[in-house]
Design a protein around this ligand. Structure first.
Ligand code: SF4
Length: 357
């Protein structure tokens, strides 16, 4: 059964079906992510933050971030979207995966029943307060990041809708793309950018990190976003002795090439040991291999991350002109519009802030 703190934080959840009760009582199927947990009274789902209270599916974390900061948008990473801007960034607790190398495991592996209790005390942060923080801190957008944003989708939607209606700030998600089609459709209506992880294409790998054997669910999401018109950037964190074989990297490149426009920015990032996973950091040669085969298959904007000295500049794929220069997380945009000033090439995947006046 839930504590009084949890009960007072509970808010109605979306995306569920009530199933026929049996001898053990009520059963609700959460439909937010493909895991589709069957949850009973007094229990939470796999992500640890959605549960059944008084016969209804509730979320315990609406408006309760565990982390809130203003970051350069390059840190998400988003390289072709409002480069050089600051973005208000929020995360909470819980996740619908359990990656053994998660950098943010102290929040992603907490649940509302345990480490979340202190977090849930106090009033939730309403969306207008987030707008106020943006104004004070000079941020021009809001981002759900740090842990998996899908699992507090009710708060994400309320926040993004408020920002859309009341501000000209942008909205973006940093996500594992493990979400069902209905909530995805809803969030694509109100997000300006979708930064998706493509972690693995092999069922046995996904089982190892997420106890789930259908990586195609993530692929389907990425393909849907690619067709939606919402700005998409993809990250593949190459993890030593997990998703780093030439066979798997080649399969990912083939799938991406067949399903995603080739001007989509694709970031290959270097893994470092975190949490339970202690293999050595990704060899630089592996990152270079992934970069090479992605470029050979037609990807025009391939970046290497977590690699000091890697060239993070954005250059024109036709003439090589530098369009955005980067040093660490700072970026200097050298174009006024999404077009190469040297050769005139249109840059479809570059989203710049609208010029005022
Ligand atoms: S969002 Fe959480 S409760 Fe819902 S199906 Fe996914 S893991 Fe289960």
């Amino acid at each position: 059964m839930f504590s009084e703190v949890l009960k007072s934080a509970a808010k109605p959840a979306k995306y569920f079906a009530k199933l026929e009760p049996d001898e053990l009582g009520v059963k609700i199927r959460c439909g937010l992510c493909p895991r589709e947990c069957i949850i009973r009274e007094g229990e939470t789902g796999y992500c640890g933050v959605r549960g059944v209270l008084d016969g209804e599916l509730v979320t315990f974390i609406w408006g309760h971030p565990s982390s809130i900061a203003v970051d350069p948008v390059e840190k998400k990473p988003l390289y072709h979207f409002h480069p050089g801007s600051l973005v208000l960034s929020l995360g909470t607790i819980g996740c619908n995966f359990r990656c053994k190398h998660c950098q943010n495991w102290t929040i992603s592996m907490a649940d509302a029943d345990s480490a979340g209790l202190g977090l849930l005390e106090g009033e939730p942060i309403e969306p207008p307060a987030l707008v106020e923080i943006c104004r004070r801190q000079g941020a021009t957008g809001v981002s759900f990041t740090y842990n998996e944003p899908t699992i507090w989708m009710e708060y994400v939607l309320d926040t993004f809708r408020y920002f859309r209606e009341h501000t000209d700030y942008y909205t973006c998600l940093v996500t594992n793309a493990f979400i069902n089609p209905e909530p995805l459709k809803d969030v694509l209506e109100v997000t300006d950018a979708y930064r998706a992880d493509l972690k693995t294409i092999k069922p046995e790998n996904l089982v190892q990190m997420a106890l789930y054997n259908h990586p195609e669910k993530v692929l389907e999401t990425i393909a849907r976003v690619a067709k939606s018109g919402v700005h998409l950037e993809v990250v593949t964190n190459i993890v030593t002795n997990w998703n780093d074989s030439e066979e798997e990297l080649s399969a990912m490149v083939e799938w991406m090439a067949d399903n995603v426009p080739h001007d989509t920015p694709w970031h290959f990032t270097r893994y470092f040991p975190h949490n339970e996973y202690r293999e050595e950091a990704t060899p630089v040669a592996t990152l270079r291999f992934a970069e090479r085969i992605a470029r050979e298959r037609g990807f025009k904007f391939v970046y290497l991350g977590n690699l000091p000295g890697a060239d993070g500049d954005t250059t024109c794929p036709d003439c090589g002109q530098t369009l955005i220069s980067r040093a660490g997380y700072s970026a200097r945009t050298l174009v006024n519009e999404a077009r190469c000033p040297a050769c005139g090439k249109a840059l479809r995947s570059l989203v710049l802030p609208e010029r005022k006046g």
